[in-house]
Design a protein around this ligand. Structure first.
Ligand SMILES: Cc1cc2nc3c(=O)[nH]c(=O)nc-3n(C[C@H](O)[C@H](O)[C@H](O)COP(=O)(O)OP(=O)(O)OC[C@H]3O[C@@H](n4cnc5c(N)ncnc54)[C@H](O)[C@@H]3O)c2cc1C
Length: 481
């Protein structure tokens, strides 16, 4: 199967450049974070480290550099300590220690946050990467999944049982961050977002309690953690609904980029009437031919019906190529893996593309440098049925713009490309996907109509704003940071 071109794909080329840019500034911060780490009572630090089942990584340790590196290498932060947690108890110890020592905390599962919120300068990173157990309970149609599990691990563990869960499409993204922010993936038109398929969660709250959250137990917390993106506590474990699905139809119909307007216009009309079994993405980017635009589809129903359903996508113009075929579901739901890079990312959610949006998007990609990408992911009618803090509840396209650079000189142009296009789409946009935001301070836009309810829940569960490395919902009670 030919690889679709997505933002997940174009990262390799820029990785080295990002590392070089980061290195010199890094030395200054390393000294600063060593000072900060030293300013925490060394005996208390040692005791804290020894209390963990996992490992405490400090500046100067041989693993510190790799432990602090984020996927988006634009963010070059130097935490005072990184706790590589091995169990829920470790997370509780972290919350207690950070509180006592007045340290800012960052929550990390897979480290792919575009805004770099999963690290911090001078604080404590609660790293769940080593908490990666998956237990499948066939009888209850449930998988108990620790938050540090990667999307690829999830699909391959469930695939052995002929099952899938709703999750993302990049194998190295963390289930923790993806699900906490919403989680779009290749079957979400039928089944909703990843967060809509969480049946239970274990959460460590700002006061160090371990709470269970379900639709019956702490239902308000359960609502908030599914879309509230790290504002309400550290989710250590998710109970995910499993779905029996052995095979999907997956692949891309490729058109010349000169047909961009037709592709966008046709797909916008098409998704409004397409069956829920179909989830569709449109993408443009590198590496790959700059003269092509991809319509990638995933069909999770009967293949014969799928063939009939996608026929119009193959015939409204003359495709360059088409590699759609039936594949095992655990393979079909993921795209290829990549490595990290420095980039700006932003986006918009649009239910129906107006002509001016089509112009903006086609103009964006015509002549764009090969290291920029546009990705439009369909959220189908499945999202209408969910009830959680994830706010994008009308079908449409989540549009992602990513601008990367190879040298500092290209950085401003990449930022401007993303920002200008985002602004141009604003008039039609009814929201933004929190997991696509590369800049801080966008909580109101990200949580939309749910923002005020989330503030009330923040007042209840995190009144001092202990968890603030995120699109931050500021509590309105006294004493908040
Ligand atoms: C290459 C690439 C591909 C992507 N593909 C998809 C995709 O297919 N679908 C999709 O929906 N998104 C996708 N994303 C966006 C992705 O969902 C977000 O970047 C998400 O935040 C990543 O989760 P993480 O655990 O890897 O990130 P992290 O950086 O570890 O976490 C991001 C934030 O999520 C919160 N968080 C993380 N873990 C927890 C936890 N255990 N409890 C509470 N809060 C937590 C914190 O606020 C944290 O700052 C992609 C991103 C990249 C870079």
């Amino acid at each position: 199967m030919r690889e679709p071109i997505t933002r997940r794909k174009f990262v390799k080329k820029s990785a080295v450049a990002g590392a070089v840019l980061a290195a010199s500034a890094g030395r200054v911060f390393l000294v600063a974070s060593r000072v900060l780490a030293a300013s925490i009572d060394p005996a208390a630090s040692r005791k804290f480290g020894a209390s963990l089942k996992g490992r405490l990584v400090l500046p100067g340790d041989s693993e510190y550099e790799s432990a602090r590196t984020l996927w988006n290498t634009r963010h070059d932060k130097h935490p005072a300590m990184i706790a590589r947690c091995a169990a829920t108890d470790d997370v509780v110890r972290c919350v207690e220690f950070a509180r006592k020592n007045d340290l800012v905390v960052a929550i990390r599962s897979g480290g792919h946050d575009p805004a770099g919120f999963s690290s911090c300068d001078g604080g404590l990173v609660i790293d769940l990467g080593a908490m990666d157990a998956i237990d499948v309970d066939h009888a209850r149609g449930l998988a108990s999944v620790q938050a540090g599990v990667h999307v690829g691990q999830l699909y391959s563990a469930l695939g052995k049982h002929g099952l899938v869960a709703v999750s993302g499409s990049c194998p190295t993204v963390g289930v923790g961050g993806l699900t906490a922010g919403g989680g779009e993936g290749w079957i979400c038109s039928k089944y909703g977002m990843a967060c809509d398929n969480v049946l239970a969660a274990e959460v460590v709250t700002a006061d160090g309690r371990v709470l269970r959250a379900t639709s019956n137990v702490n239902p308000d917390l359960f609502w908030a953690i599914r879309g509230g993106s790290g504002n309400f506590g550290v989710v250590t474990r998710f109970g995910l609904r499993t779905i029996p699905l052995a095979r999907v139809m997956k692949g891309s119909i490729v058109y010349p980029v000169s047909r961009c307007r037709e592709v966008l216009r046709f797909c916008s009309e098409f998704i409004a009437v397409a069956p829920e079994e179909l989830t569709l993405g449109i993408s443009y980017g590198v590496p790959g031919p700059a003269d092509q635009i991809f319509i990638t589809i995933c069909w999770c129903g009967d293949p014969a019906q799928g063939e009939r359903a996608i026929k119009p996508l193959r015939s409204f113009a003359k495709p360059v190529s088409d590699d759609i075929r039936v594949v095992p579901a655990d393979r079909g739901l993921i795209d290829s893996d990549d490595s990290s890079m420095p980039y700006f990312e932003s986006g918009a959610f649009i239910s129906h593309l107006a002509d001016r949006d089509i112009e903006t998007l086609c103009d964006a990609i015509s002549g764009a440098p090969s290291r920029y990408s546009l990705e439009m992911f369909q959220l189908g009618r499945g999202v209408e049925r969910g009830d959680s803090a994830f706010p994008l509840r009308t079908p449409g396209f989540n549009i992602d713009l990513v601008g990367s650079w190879r040298s500092a000189a290209e950085r401003d142009a990449a930022a401007a490309w993303v920002d200008q296009r985002r602004k141009a789409l604003e008039a039609s946009s009814t929201g933004v996907y929190v997991n696509s935001l590369g800049d801080p301070g966008m909580a109101r836009a990200a949580f939309g109509a749910n923002y005020d309810r989330l503030v009330q829940l923040k007042n209840k569960y995190d009144p001092t704003n202990f968890f603030r490395m995120n699109q931050n919902i500021r509590p309105t009670v006294l004493g908040a940071q």
